[in-house]
Write a protein that binds this ligand. Structure first.
Ligand code: FE2
Length: 212
């Protein structure tokens, strides 16, 4: 891969969040940088295999293993960017009543509270992974999904709207493993709801919602 095509680490200015310490964030940024580096390395190694214009038979086992790892490393990179990108200092806690996200929760779940109950429930599921609220760009519907590791459960073509890391590294310096619900509460108090609205496709949200 051409050097200019390599992924670059993005910067996020988040120090001073409620209930998620700067120490946790610094460690988390380092982990994220590791994913960016791994993606670039994998692409370089695959480009090396392809250099002579073909995948030789003796290269096939290594080539396959490199390619299999793309899903883990790419999603590890991208999901962290969504995660840091949906946090902010002095978050409002809940979206404003006239926001597009509020409208989307009402159209898909009947109420914001029920949407939140589901999203928090997904976040409390046992295992290592992510809770993600996706929007179906064709129907406008939003739905909450559990992602195992970084790559199992993502829905192709759906738009990640709200992304919550529930790997223990996201909170272990601030909370015990069994106190994940406290971390989820802290996460919610730091959500950047404007960024969430910015990710939504407004034109496809069901107009049938009457709760607004
Ligand atoms: Fe993480």
């Amino acid at each position: 891969m051409l050097q200019t095509m390599a992924y670059k680490v993005k910067q996020f200015n988040l120090s001073g969040l409620k209930g998620i310490s700067d120490k946790t964030l610094e460690m988390h940024f380092k982990l994220y940088e590791g994913y960016v580096k791994s993606v670039n390395e994998l692409n370089e190694k695959i480009a090396e295999v392809l250099k002579d214009g073909r995948v030789d038979q003796d290269e096939f086992p290594a080539y396959s293993e490199l390619t299999r790892r793309l899903g883990f490393e790419y999603n590890g990179m991208v999901l962290h960017e969504y995660y840091f990108g949906n946090l902010q200092k002095q978050g409002a806690g809940i979206p404003s009543s006239d926001s597009d996200f509020m409208r989307a929760t009402e159209a898909s779940f009947g109420s914001y509270d029920l949407w939140k109950t589901d999203f928090v429930g997904v976040g409390k599921m046992r295992g290592v992974g992510w809770a993600i609220c996706y929007q179906d760009p064709t129907k406008g519907m939003i739905s909450n999904h559990w992602i195992t590791l970084h790559e199992i459960g993502n829905v192709a073509g759906f738009i990640p709207i709200l992304v919550m890391d529930v790997w223990e590294h996201a909170f272990i310096l601030d909370y015990a493993p069994a106190a994940r619900p406290k971390y989820i509460e802290a996460f919610f108090s730091n959500i950047n709801w404007q960024a969430i609205d910015g990710r939504l496709r407004k034109d496809v949200i069901s107009p049938s919602s009457s709760a607004a």
